[in-house]
Design a protein around this ligand. Structure first.
Ligand SMILES: *Cc1c(COP(=O)(O)O)cnc(C)c1O
Length: 434
């Protein structure tokens, strides 16, 4: 296949391969699961991005979630410029750090204290160390289909069989780390209960309360509350990894949405308003174990740097406006309903799933709550869909396992247009296969 509309991108990608393994600095960017070279993006404004070949796309990736206000929002841009003009980093406390810290803690009922880091991975890594330090236990229980960044001990997936010790999902992970990580399928509280009963060395259960890195695997609230209860019974911490769901499905994320209080929460993506920020936080009594208060070491040269704090503050203040989330959600619902109507009219054997301003095209009719229920055959169709969408000005994350994000900048007209193109693309993807 040729990609005449991606000539510049193709050339830049070839050049990039000289300098970066696989031509990228994060693997999914290489477009391995879809056709053609990755787009090199030159500019973004509002709901649109522009590639080096000067094509324009409606963007549903939003930098993988952070850009809930869209690209180059004026209030975020102004905050960044104002901060930059006073210097970019001091390795010392700043008022801007206090501002973002208080904005978050004062508006989140489950956070007494937080600490800023520079990525979601770092947030998770630190939260896990804290859970181990606090409980004096060693093991972590995670779930197949949840992603928690590239922390060594969490790059572990389920082995064969329903309930086993995991196997590493990357080379370079010591066997000893793998043995400290238990992996279970989602949606099976019976298995969690059984494991907890038999092993009193579990420091924490970590879960994406709204798993959105492997399709959108919406969990039953009752399942999440059972996890909460099991953790309390067994003196083990519940960690909600809200790197995607935090500030996305509401200011208080999934914890607020379901009214479930985790012991620790991790954040990333939206919290930095498009700049590199992560954070972990929770109950004061637990957070006091972090250095310099406590004996769990954690640090960062660029942590809470004033430019990132300013971008986060500008973004998060905007989210606290009264109607922000209701407007965003109803806009998304309208878009999802349009796509759903098209799916029905064309009798496509698939569904679109939504939670707040997150959506996922499930290219099968099966209800999915667990990773193993996703139909791998749908991914071939996704390739065709993705190619069609790029030709027609719509940009989705380059894998059928990725969700889409709607931002404040996606207006109804843009969404209407996008839903039309997506339905056409889906019909194309399904037809050529039959
Ligand atoms: C993106 C993500 C991470 C990792 O964050 P990075 O900033 O990419 O390190 C961790 N957990 C979840 C749930 C994520 O979606």
């Amino acid at each position: 296949m040729r990609y005449p509309e991606r000539e510049q991108s193709a050339q830049l990608f070839e050049e990039a391969k000289t300098y970066f393994p696989g031509g990228v600095n994060s693997p999914v960017r290489a477009f391995k699961s879809v056709d053609g070279p990755p787009l090199f993006i030159k500019k973004g404004t509002g709901a649109k991005i522009f590639c080096e070949d000067n094509n324009e796309y409606i963007d549903f990736c939003g930098s993988w979630g952070p850009l809930i206000l869209g690209h180059d929002h004026p209030i975020v841009r102004r905050a960044i410029i104002e901060a930059v003009s006073n210097g970019t980093s001091f390795g010392a406390p700043t008022r801007k750090g206090n501002l973002l810290g208080s904005l978050i803690v004062d508006n989140h009922r489950y956070l007494d204290q937080i600490r800023f880091v520079s990525s979601g991975t770092e947030a998770v890594m630190s939260a896990i160390r804290l859970a181990r330090g606090y409980t004096g236990k060693n093991k972590i229980l995670k779930f197949e289909g949840c992603y928690h960044g590239h922390v060594d001990s969490l790059l572990v997936k389920a082995g064969s069989g329903l309930a086993t010790f995991g196997v590493s999902s990357s080379a370079g992970i010591p066997q000893g780390f793998i043995e400290e990580t238990l992996v279970l399928p989602l949606d099976r509280e019976d298995l969690v209960a059984e494991y907890m009963k038999n092993d009193n060395d579990i420091a924490a259960i970590i879960i994406e309360p709204i798993p959105a890195n492997n399709g959108l695997l919406l969990q039953r609230p009752a399942y999440l509350s059972t996890l909460r209860n099991l953790c309390s019974e067994h003196n083990c911490l519940l960690i909600f990894d809200e790197v995607i769901s935090g500030f996305r499905v509401g200011f208080e994320g999934a914890a607020g949405l379901y009214g479930i209080k985790p012991d620790l929460l991790t954040f990333g993506k939206i919290i930095g308003g498009g700049l590199p920020v992560g954070a972990f936080g929770g109950r004061r009594e637990i957070m006091q174990h972090i250095s310099p208060e406590g004996d769990v070491y954690q640090a960062g040269t660029l942590s809470a740097n004033p430019v990132a704090m300013a971008a986060g503050f500008a973004t998060l203040s905007h989210l606290l406006k009264d109607t922000f989330y209701t407007t965003l959600e109803s806009k998304t619902t309208l878009f999802v309903e349009n796509v759903r109507t098209g799916i029905g009219q064309n009798k496509l054997p698939m569904q679109i799933i939504q939670q707040g301003s997150i959506f996922w095209l499930n290219l099968s009719l099966d209800e999915v709550r667990r990773a193993d229920q996703i139909d791998g055959e749908g991914m071939e169709k996704f390739k065709k869909l993705h190619h069609f969408l790029l030709k027609n000005g719509v940009y989705l994350g380059p894998s059928g396992y990725e969700v889409g994000f709607i931002s404040e900048a996606h207006d109804e007209e843009t969404l209407q247009q996008a839903s039309k193109v997506i339905v056409q693309g889906l019909s194309y993807a399904f037809n050529v296969n039959t």
